[in-house]
Design a protein around this ligand. Structure first.
Ligand code: ATP
Ligand code: MG
Length: 260
């Protein structure tokens, strides 16, 4: 079962693609675990989880008691010793919410206040992400910010596809270039591009001018319905059949690529 990580510049559509792909795999009869590793977590809303329920989800990084129990140190305590290999294998099933047949686990931020840190919470989260990629049997999709704090060398080898979302424009393309270099540095080699918010042929061509045909997995059309769904808190995969179809094509290309 594929283990995917989705990244890219802020606002390009990472969460949208993560939710669409999760739905597509689920519709094919697969078990899917979707992981929100964005500090500004909003995958729950892309799945259409009502706000009253999503507000009840506590990100793992904020579970101080759990972190202390597993690592031996409380977040925010300084100079203490903590485990670098805490037990995590029960966390996905215990702390995920299931909605529309998709399991959602919200990780939260590593190192409060941004950036990485050498601290109990980062030890727990890094070990958890490694476990999710190495030790789970279902489809795993990680929605993450453009930094690679959650992924270390121990996890890199288990990433089947690292998908960088871009939109037509220099800025997201530059971010994609930087992310690709970071990924290569930690040993991730199957890096792909998805072009989002495509309105016309020139948008597609813009993406194809910057990336090779082989690395471009596919495109998602620009969709007014996606924007409306976001405003109304509706599941993105209920909002626009065209997006659902495009996500299916991307999933199929991923499957072909991994058989090679
Ligand atoms: N294909 C699309 N057509 C139109 N709007 C889109 C499309 N994809 C995403 N959007 C809109 O762009 C905004 C950002 O999308 P999304 O939240 O998926 O991006 P993101 O990369 O996860 O952002 P962040 O960096 O904030 O996590 C949302 O308002 C979303 O509805
Ligand atoms: Mg997002």
């Amino acid at each position: 079962m594929p283990k995917l990580a989705i990244t890219g510049k802020g606002g390009v559509g990472k969460t949208t693609l993560a939710a669409l792909l999760a739905h597509s795999y689920q519709q094919e009869g697969n078990k899917v675990l979707l992981i929100d590793a964005d500090p500004d977590a909003n995958l729950a809303s892309a799945l259409g989880l009502p706000e009253s329920l999503s507000k009840q989800i506590t990100p793992i990084s904020e579970m101080d008691d759990l972190i202390e129990e597993r690592t031996g140190a409380r977040p925010g305590s300084f100079g203490g010793m903590f485990s670098l290999n805490p037990k995590v294998d029960d966390i996905p099933d215990r702390f995920s919410a299931t909605h529309r047949g998709i399991k959602l686990l919200v990780l939260g931020t590593i190192g409060r206040g941004g950036g990485g840190c050498i601290c109990p919470e980062s030890s727990l989260l890094k070990n958890l992400v490694r476990h999710l990629f190495v030790g789970r049997s279902e489809v795993v999709i990680l929605d993450m910010e453009a930094g690679l704090e959650h992924l270390g060398r121990g996890t890199a080898g288990a990433v089947d596809a690292f998908i960088v979302v871009v939109e037509p424009g220099q800025r997201s393309v530059q971010t994609a270039g930087a992310v690709k270099r970071l990924a290569a540095d930690i040993g991730i080699h199957r890096v792909f591009i998805v072009g989002n918010k495509i309105r016309e042929a020139s948008d597609r061509n813009f993406v194809l001018d910057h990336f090779s045909q082989e690395e471009v997995l596919g495109f998602l059309p620009f969709s007014e319905k996606a924007i409306a769904a976001d405003m109304q808190g509706l599941a993105i995969f209920d909002a626009d059949e065209q997006l659902v179809r495009a996500a299916r094509e991307i999933r199929e290309r991923l499957a072909v690529g991994s058989e090679e």
